[in-house]
Design a protein around this ligand. Structure first.
Ligand code: KG4
Ligand code: ZN
Length: 336
């Protein structure tokens, strides 16, 4: 039988990435060109600069991914590309590029939801995943609990009503003067801090709700900073980082348990950039082992934005015959 060879392309935010995946199991190449250094001087991603950087780098990133995989366009079965959610200009570069390449190569184009991609990152390093699976997706833009009954067969159980978990971490990091992206810097500072030093609210919302809210916790932390500034009192940034990280993770874990009390699952998956956080992994791990539910999460490189996860989700859409047409457009506000 012929190999199924998928080229995955990701350009939704500030990483230009491409990967070649054979048969949904064998990642032959994976190239990530990060713009973090470019955006760092602005304290966050500048959308127009991001689009221009994708435009500059997409060709070479795809070329390198094919070269490292030892193949050419004619060996591909399909090209999978992120079409949303994300920054519209950034998405358009990937979508237009993927369309041109797929059209020229005479192969199908596959439209991948970036959020699905994050969850499918869990399949890159392990093939055997037992359904039903619950996923906690925690990225810079999203916080969702999702129930998977099978491949691409899922139901969203809850989402954030205001800030995403990663977004809140990034905002607090910026207020603490840590820089961008904030999550990893908060995690590092928290190692030197006491998570009980500051008391922050942990919003659980209505009884039974599987939605999230991080804005109260964020405002409380910002208030502590502002009050101290007004009184010209010092704030221990490590203590505040540790307290905020702990509060955010407490909510993520408690809500996950609330969902697990309601749905019986055989796997629990973490996904998205915040899934790289070791305290989150550890806290979820101990809760789940008490319940005999295996916890899975991708390696850090596959937690944050990458082309391999897009190739993986694209592979399952390819098997389902779910091809996009040449009118595919970017959908910046796409949901699960
Ligand atoms: O999934 P992702 O790369 O991009 C989006 O689709 O949003 O997630 C980026 C988010 C950022 O908010 C970043 O601060 C956070 O993931 N993040 C972390 C860690 N690494 C990345 N948050 C906490 N701990 C980390 N180690
Ligand atoms: Zn992402």
């Amino acid at each position: 039988t012929k190999d199924v060879v998928i080229l995955g392309i990701e350009t939704s935010c500030d990483e230009t990435s491409a990967a070649v995946l054979f048969n949904g199991t064998d990642l032959k190449s994976h190239v990530i060109s990060s713009q973090v250094k470019t955006h760092q001087k602005y304290g966050g991603v500048v959308p127009e600069i991001a689009s221009r950087e994708h435009c500059l780098h997409l060709g070479e990133v795809v070329g390198q991914a094919l070269r490292e995989a030892g193949i050419g366009f004619s060996d591909l079965s399909a090209i999978a590309v992120t079409y949303g959610p994300g920054l519209v200009g950034s998405l358009l570069v990937g979508v237009a590029g993927a369309k041109a390449m797929a059209y020229a190569a005479g192969i199908p184009l596959i439209a991948v939801n970036h959020l699905e991609g994050h969850i499918y990152a869990n399949f890159i390093e392990r093939q055997e995943i037992v359904f039903p699976m619950m996923a906690l997706l925690v990225s810079g833009g999203h916080t969702n609990l999702i129930l998977f009954r099978g491949h691409l067969d899922y139901e969203v159980l809850g989402g954030t009503r205001d800030d995403a978990a990663g977004e809140a971490l990034d905002k607090i990091a910026r207020a603490l003067g840590f820089g961008y992206p904030g999550g990893p810097l908060i995690e590092k500072a928290a190692l030197q801090g006491d998570p009980c030093a500051y008391e922050l609210p942990r919003a659980m919302l209505e009884p039974g709700s599987l939605d999230f809210s991080f804005s109260g916790m964020k405002s409380a932390a910002l208030n502590i900073l502002n009050k101290a500034k007004m009184k010209k009192e010092p704030v221990d940034v490590n203590h505040l980082a540790a307290s905020f990280q702990q509060a955010a993770i407490d909510v993520l874990v408690r809500k996950s348990i609330r969902a697990l009390d309601r749905y019986e699952v055989r796997t629990f998956a973490l996904a998205g950039g915040v899934a790289a956080n070791s305290l989150l992994r550890k806290s979820m791990g101990s809760e789940l082992s008490a319940r005999n539910i295996p916890l899975i999460f991708p390696s850090p490189v596959f937690c944050t934005d990458n082309g391999a996860m897009i190739a993986m989700a694209g592979y399952f859409h390819f098997l389902a015959g779910d091809y996009a047409n040449w009118k595919l457009n970017a959908v910046p506000g796409l949901n699960l």
